[in-house]
Design a protein around this ligand. Structure first.
Ligand SMILES: Cc1ncc(COP(=O)(O)O)c(C=O)c1O
Length: 442
């Protein structure tokens, strides 16, 4: 059974899904046959009145929980003043205030400049263009297993599922993918006393640059400080510092894609801060405006020096989204980031307990409220079917969790998840793992 065999929990949902399937693009994946009626905090209700615990938060987007009253109030207040004028052509204070806040929290000491977009993929496009513009170099490096979006440039960097690529080639020329340092499933040979992150960077320098890709032609390396869609993989501690040194040695820009990992989710504003290094650009979107569409490319001031007209966007930095983002960042700063660190540590320890009790749990990893569980077969291989069973069984028990990577489950709840809901979610996950573990032993 896969998650696609799941049935809606009522007749109203069944009717809407049938209609959806005859009208909307079939390219949407649709993890669940769930038709949402309304949602608050980390709870969500479907159109047939069923209640779910939401541990996915609109794919790490509703950072402050669904419909936080302060975010909703900020949206209403801005909607009453004006909805749009176009930031490429006019000025407004909300955008300046938000840019100031993002510049203040940027993970580098140099002054920052901000370019606003509508989404993650559009932020990646902006970074690709700025990297070429600022360096005059054509090539890019990215990592196997990465997800950077689906527009043509961002898709060329993405490497998490072949389905996302099939039928769309060719992508951007000059993009080379290298292994992401996944310590649980390394694909390069190495001595286990070495830091596997440094091994990957050695491979880039001593194999790739020596044989195939002239380092002097590489504009930027795009990297997720914790790989998200690829499996919630936390790289070894030596990785990002070694990557920073490599970039410095060859004049390459280090672009951290924090679209999923950023904005307090890992207990710091940016996941890259756990490594102690400074990137040249940081990309954000998803949780920035608690569900309103908004993204931002935050770059060192010395880099973001493109001419007027060289890049722009009609909707990017929409004033209602900016107002939602200002409220979101205030909430994250005033308690939610700390909650993410505390709650994340607690949940991680409970998940480690599951790893001891259930042999199907091969690895448990993550930081803050970005947590992954890798599901394995008895001989340690990835178990995508079992993972799908777990996601499906959780849905039947009205708990929303998601897959990522070949065989992992991820938890990415709102940053203000409270202890009571966390316990309810973990109890349900425990029952789910128990049921699936027993089903393979039967
Ligand atoms: C790390 C990362 N980058 C980029 C994107 C693309 O963002 P969007 O779906 O808003 O285009 C995602 C989306 O999952 C992501 O996780």
């Amino acid at each position: 059974m896969t998650t696609y065999d799941l049935q809606p929990h009522g007749a109203h949902a069944t009717r809407i899904i049938e209609e959806d399937h005859s009208l909307l693009s079939p390219s949407n994946t649709r993890a669940y046959p769930l038709v949402v009626s309304h949602a608050r905090g980390s709870e969500l209700w479907d159109v047939d009145g069923n209640r779910y615990i939401d541990m996915v938060a609109g794919i790490a987007v509703t950072a402050t929980g669904h419909c936080h009253p302060e975010v909703v109030a900020a949206i209403k207040e801005q909607a009453d003043r004006f909805l749009h004028v176009c930031l490429s052509d006019f000025y407004y204070e909300t955008a300046v205030e938000l840019a100031r806040k993002l510049a203040d929290i940027a993970p580098f000491k140099e002054n920052a400049r901000v370019f606003f977009t509508n989404s993650g993929t559009e932020t990646v496009e902006a970074a690709l263009k700025l990297a070429r513009y600022a360096t005059g170099r054509p090539r890019m490096l990215a990592f196997l297993g990465s997800f950077h979006g689906r527009s043509m440039g961002a898709l060329s960097l993405t490497s998490s599922k072949y389905r996302q690529q099939q039928g769309f080639a060719p992508g951007l020329p000059g993009v080379t993918h290298v292994p992401y340092p996944n310590p649980f499933r390394p694909i390069l040979q190495y001595n286990r006393f070495d830091d596997y992150g440094k091994v990957v960077v050695d491979y880039i320098e001593n194999v790739l640059f020596a044989t195939n890709v002239p380092a002097s032609e590489v504009a930027a390396v795009f990297v997720e400080p914790i790989q998200g869609e690829g499996g919630y993989i936390v790289p070894p501690p030596g990785f990002l510092p070694a990557l920073r040194r490599l970039c410095d040695n060859y004049g390459i820009l280090l672009v951290v894609d924090e679209i999923q990992s950023g904005l307090g989710r890992t207990g710091k504003w940016w996941a890259v801060e756990h490594s102690g290094i400074e990137p040249d650009m940081v990309l954000t979107a998803k949780g920035l405006a608690s569900g309103m569409p908004l993204g931002a490319l935050i770059a060192r001031e010395s880099l973001m020096q493109w001419e007027p007209g060289s890049h722009g966007s009609t909707f990017g930095g929409n004033p209602v989204s900016c107002a939602a983002a200002l409220a979101t960042l205030r909430l994250i700063e005033n308690g939610m980031m700390d909650n993410a660190a505390r709650m994340g540590e607690h949940i991680l320890s409970v998940l480690k307990g599951f790893q001891e009790r259930y042999s199907i749990v091969g690895d448990v990893r993550g930081r803050g409220l970005m947590l992954g569980i890798e599901i394995i077969t008895p001989d340690g291989a990835p178990a995508p079917h079992l993972r799908d069973e777990i996601v499906g069984e959780a849905y039947r028990q009205k708990l929303l969790i998601f897959g990522c990577g070949p065989s992992s489950v991820r938890l990415m709840p709102a940053l203000n998840l409270d202890a009571t809901l966390a316990e309810e979610a973990l109890d349900t996950l425990d029952r789910t793992l128990d049921a699936i573990q027993k089903s393979i032993q039967a």
